[in-house]
Design a protein around this ligand. Structure first.
Ligand code: PNW
Length: 483
């Protein structure tokens, strides 16, 4: 078949990080227990918005069942676990002088239990669950958030940095800007693609940069860890590679998803020129970063955190396709190739966005390596979903998840090619996700787990899928051994 399926044998570098990833709101539950404050996701789910009407009130109940999560990680043979801290559980009033002792205790116990099982924590400081009290005073649309985030990060380093050596400041600012403030399908549900969406990209970058600088100046010497941001990007190719307009369109799509945040942090400190120009306005709608701000943001990374799921083809917009634009300023029409396999096992009940194109990962890794000066890259998320309801009466839990097994094998093999054949500096891989959880606006309808979770048996019973065993074999071999 195509280059997508030819497997290469070989190994990742020694000490490669093998993990699974989750996020606090998606797994913890206990939304109002033990002094936790409310987050914008608590507010959002309690006012509609979710495909199946579910919420994260209980979800996987990891707040109580964390030892089960650790047991699953042990069985996987994971060396690392990426999870996020709930800001409102730690600082219910977003004030670091009045933390919630039960919240601090919870993460201390959890981190200690992980380390006791020889699994290293990779901690995301912020994975979208902003304290509601901060939203009430403007959230990411107010410059005050930058200092609040700096203070919160400082608090996290001071409490957990003796044991946490791998930090991610902010998860996927691009999705937050687009979904939280552009089309409003994520909390806080603001539909303002021409203003708010851009405005918050600046505060997120500044918040990240300040957190990095605090770590650098106050903690690095004694704690000796690494810290960065995690950016998401599809790979994107011209529909017709011989047509310069298509080539331009594909590059523009990457500039807008990846470059929007990667250019400031890993490039020259500023937003991509193509984005500023593209609107055809005298003054861009993107905020202007001052020279001082650019200097502050530029270079605030110890590695490149990448979340990647899928690939798109690009072409210029035509009259027929203009309704499909992601964003009014994004004058590119992107779509999957008709030959690509779509995620989900059941026809007509499949995730709309996820197409399986393994070599897109290899190309994206090469692109990042070349464009941003060969940084160390950690894949902080990659995975594949299925959609409910499952109407295979023989396997309603989708425990024999052949498609996910193929996804993991083929994407990891492309990552291996990037490392072995192309010399990309790849340091680790975190599979999304350890277990089925609350998949944001899709609620429990979309499942990404290596483990099935029963959300209706009162026990949130976790059951390994076939993909868990497949992933473990790859971890044990540190790649793909010649068998
Ligand atoms: C990521 N897209 O979000 C998040 O970091 C996870 O919390 C989430 O569960 C996971 O991917 C699966 O969706 C994304 O539309 C959301 O391209 C949307 C997109 C990409 C990533």
């Amino acid at each position: 078949m195509s280059e997508n399926t030819e497997l290469t044998k070989g190994h990742f570098r020694k000490g490669f990080m093998w993990g699974a990833a989750t996020a606090s709101y998606q797994i913890e539950g206990a939304w109002n227990e033990d002094g936790k404050g409310q987050s914008i996701w608590d507010t959002f789910v309690h006012t509609g918005h979710i495909e199946d009407g579910t919420n994260g009130d209980i979800t996987c109940d990891s707040y109580h069942k964390y030892q089960e999560d650790i047991n699953m990680l042990k069985n996987l043979k994971a060396t690392h676990y990426r999870f996020s801290l709930s800001w409102s559980r730690l600082l219910p009033t977003a004030d670091s002088s009045t933390p919630n002792p039960a919240g601090v205790d919870f993460y201390n116990k959890f981190i200690d239990a992980l380390l006791a099982s020889n699994i290293k924590p990779c901690v995301t400081i912020y994975h979208w669950d902003l304290p509601q009290c901060l939203q009430d005073i403007g959230g990411w649309q107010s410059d005050d958030i930058v200092e609040k985030f700096r203070e919160y990060s400082d608090f996290c380093f001071s409490q957990f940095g003796d044991r946490v050596k791998l930090w991610i400041t902010i998860n996927e600012p691009h999705v937050q800007c687009g979904f939280g403030y552009g089309n409003g399908i994520h909390a806080p549900g603001i539909k303002d693609p021409l203003n708010a969406c851009y405005q918050v990209s600046r505060t997120m970058l500044l918040a990240h940069a300040h957190a990095y600088r605090v770590y650098d100046t106050k903690y690095r010497k004694t704690q000796n860890g690494q810290i960065s941001i995690t950016l998401n990007s599809d790979w994107c190719e011209p529909k017709d590679p011989t047509n310069p307009e298509h080539v331009k369109a594909a590059q523009f799509y990457i500039d807008v998803t990846l470059g929007w945040f990667a250019n400031p942090v890993y490039g020259d400190g500023d937003f991509p020129a193509s984005m500023k120009k593209s609107q055809g306005l005298e003054k861009s709608r993107l905020p202007t970063l001052t020279e001082e701000e650019k200097k502050l943001i530029k270079g605030t990374y110890d590695f490149f955190g990448l979340n990647h799921y899928t690939t798109r083809l690009a072409e210029p917009v035509s009259e027929a396709t203009q309704d499909y634009l992601m964003h009014p300023d994004l004058a590119v029409y992107v779509h999957p190739d008709s030959s690509w396999e779509r995620a989900g096992l059941i026809k007509n009940e499949v995730p709309e966005w996820l197409y399986i194109v393994p070599n897109g990962l290899r190309k994206l890794l090469n692109y990042i390596s070349k464009t941003y000066g060969d940084p160390s890259i950690i894949i902080t998320e990659n995975g594949c979903s299925t959609k409910n309801p499952v109407n295979d009466p023989g396997d309603t839990k989708q425990l024999v998840d052949e498609q996910r097994c193929c996804y993991i094998t083929s994407y990891l093999n492309e990552a291996l090619k990037a490392h072995l054949l192309d010399g990309v500096d790849l340091r680790g891989y975190f599979l999304w996700t350890l277990m089925d959880n609350f998949e944001w606006a899709a609620g429990h309808t979309e499942r990404f787990g290596l483990h099935h979770v029963d959300f209706s048996d009162g026990n949130q019973t976790r059951t390994p899928r076939k993909s868990a065993a497949i992933y473990t074999k790859i971890i044990e071999e540190n790649g793909f051994s010649a068998s």
